[in-house]
Design a protein around this ligand. Structure first.
Ligand code: NAP
Length: 283
């Protein structure tokens, strides 16, 4: 039995689907009772609901589990403490494999949510568990949040310079890589950087969207103040907003660039290009 946490989120759902297709037995940990049936419909054999910040929830979720795929909610301020709780429970329950969904470049203190993941990685190295760490780049799927303005105005708004380079990766490739390390041997002790095959500027990304969605699209930088206003009115909490603004500031200075080599090796094929992904989600 493989426990997948954060199971009702976009990463969790993608991982469950691939594991279920491979015939793996999955138990899903979700936050709310209403999320139990949807994750079972995706292929989870069992599902439990609870707050992953609580040790008792982990103890219940981990009973008779051999491996864990731990996905912490995005930008959770207690990610380090949650990771430590998860590791303590995993040791107590005799779990043999622990795979952690981290992020590309967790070594970056300027991005608080990356830095918190590094602390979890450190605890994992010292846990004595058989571990694998996956470090995904920003998902291509994040672009879908801008779909409405792209379709209605032909504008792809980004809160950093349009020359900023990102090695975006297809979440479907990440889910497939997660299934490989969870169901095949030989990945114990590994830390895998999982980036897409190209580091595109936002101008290049807009051009790929334009070609695939058959409409003119241009990338436009919006100010941090404008982005903050939009994010707050969309209901994002102040902690999340400030964390994301620090990430955008980092992107503006350095981009977020990784290599697609490990993903290519794990999947046994080239990772999905941004152009191909855009075509796959064209309406
Ligand atoms: N997006 C990217 O580009 C990217 C790139 C690399 C790494 N990552 C990492 O991937 C991870 C997952 O991101 P995601 O976008 O898939 O997340 P997500 O869609 O926000 O899903 C998180 C899930 O966790 C649940 N949850 C929240 N608090 C919980 C709690 N206390 N106990 C149990 N469950 C709880 C949420 O439930 P509700 O539905 O009730 O809120 C949601 O279903 C994050 O750690 C993120 O940093 C993301």
């Amino acid at each position: 039995m493989i426990l997948v946490t954060g199971a009702a989120g976009k990463t969790g759902r993608a991982v469950i689907e691939v594991l279920a297709r491979r015939g793996a037995a999955v138990r899903a940990l979700v936050r709310r009772e209403s999320q139990l049936a949807p994750v079972e419909a995706l292929g989870a054999r069992e599902a439990v609901a609870g707050d992953m910040a609580e040790l008792a929830v982990w103890r219940q979720a981990l009973s008779s589990v051999q491996a864990v795929y731990h996905i912490c909610p995005n930008m959770h301020p207690a990610e380090t403490a949650i990771g430590q709780t998860a590791l303590a429970a995993a040791r107590e329950c005799g779990v043999s494999r622990f795979v952690y969904h981290s992020v590309l470049h967790p070594q970056t203190e300027k991005m608080p949510h990356h830095w918190r993941k590094l602390r979890v990685e450190e605890a994992l190295l010292e846990s004595g568990l058989d571990f694998t760490i996956l470090q995904p780049a920003a998902y291509m799927q994040n672009v879908l949040a801008a779909r409405e303005s792209i379709m209605s105005e032909g504008i792809y708004r980004v809160p950093y310079p349009v020359e900023t380079r990102l090695s975006m990766v297809d979440l479907a490739d990440i889910a497939e890589a997660a299934a490989v390390v969870l169901t095949e041997s030989g990945h114990g002790g590994a830390i895998y950087e999982l980036a897409g095959p190209e580091a595109l500027t936002q101008v290049e990304a807009a051009a790929a969207v334009s070609a695939a969605w058959s409409r003119p699209v241009r990338a436009v930088q919006i100010s941090a103040a404008e982005w903050r206003r939009q994010a707050r009115s969309a209901g994002l909490g102040s902690d999340q907003v400030e964390t994301l603004l620090r990430m955008f500031d980092y992107y503006a200075r350095y981009g977020l660039i990784g290599s697609g080599n490990i993903l290519r090796w794990l999947l046994g094929r080239p990772p999905t290009t941004f152009a191909a992904w855009c075509r796959s989600v064209a309406l």
